[in-house]
Design a protein around this ligand. Structure first.
Ligand SMILES: Nc1nc2c(ncn2[C@@H]2O[C@H](COP(=O)(O)OP(=O)(O)OP(=O)(O)O)[C@@H](O)[C@H]2O)c(=O)[nH]1
Ligand SMILES: [Mg+2]
Length: 195
């Protein structure tokens, strides 16, 4: 469903991101959760976003132009202990500036590792999204590492946890960059919200 995806630019400040009217669909989550891998999987473009086994690989806001009409945005991860002290508590300024302060940011996917129970830092971040009324969805990553039943359980546990705070649950997707699971569902959803 994506015909062409190309790297547009890397930004370290809001002032540097593309100044056109095109919408951003962005991906956030803990370092190493699989944001860059997912972007490569969705675009069918293996080397587009840089992937690494070492957390903290993506440090800038990376814009990838899709079919000349919207952007996929790869963001730095949060919760990585080796970032500077000032960043360890809370979230890096580059992330909060972009997510909470950028009009271009149209929809945010929060990625969580499907193997883990809800992590405090993710729940904190999701809470902030609620406070700022940021539209978001959840993507469970690395689904290839679990059985179908285990995946279903992960989604259920997350749903139950979010229900404690939210009246309405966000859209949720299970994915794997290895098997391309979730690709069609996520891209169809993006298609729908961009219209
Ligand atoms: N088995 C499996 N491994 C994955 C999957 N997605 C990512 N990985 C692995 O997880 C590691 C981190 O992937 P990245 O895509 O670089 O993660 P990231 O969230 O962009 O990380 P940062 O940029 O450091 O925040 C790499 O070793 C990937 O190969 C997946 O769907 N299945
Ligand atoms: Mg990355």
């Amino acid at each position: 469903m994506i015909t062409k995806a190309e790297f547009k630019c890397s930004s370290e400040r809001l002032g540097q991101i593309p100044k056109d009217g095109l919408k951003d669909i962005a991906f956030i989550g803990r370092s190493n959760v699989g944001k860059s891998s997912l972007i490569n999987m969705l675009t069918g473009h293996k080397g587009l976003a840089k992937v690494s086994a070492t957390p903290g690989k993506t440090k800038l806001i990376n814009h990838f132009l899709v079919d000349g009409t919207w952007y996929l945005v790869d963001l730095p991860g949060y919760g990585y202990a080796k970032t500077s002290k000032s960043q360890r508590s809370g979230f890096a300024k580059i992330i909060t500036d972009y997510v909470f302060g950028c009009e271009k940011m149209y929809f945010l996917f929060v990625l969580v590792d499907s193997r883990l129970e809800p992590q405090r830092i993710d729940l904190e971040f999701i809470h902030l999204l609620g406070e700022h009324s940021i539209p978001f969805g959840l993507i469970f990553t690395k689904g290839d590492k679990l059985s179908k039943a285990q995946l279903q359980k992960s989604v259920e546990i997350y749903s139950r946890t979010l229900s404690e705070e939210w009246d309405e649950l966000p859209p949720m997707f299970v994915s794997s960059s290895r098997t391309s699971a979730g690709r069609d569902e996520i891209l169809e959803f993006v298609d729908k919200i961009l219209k």
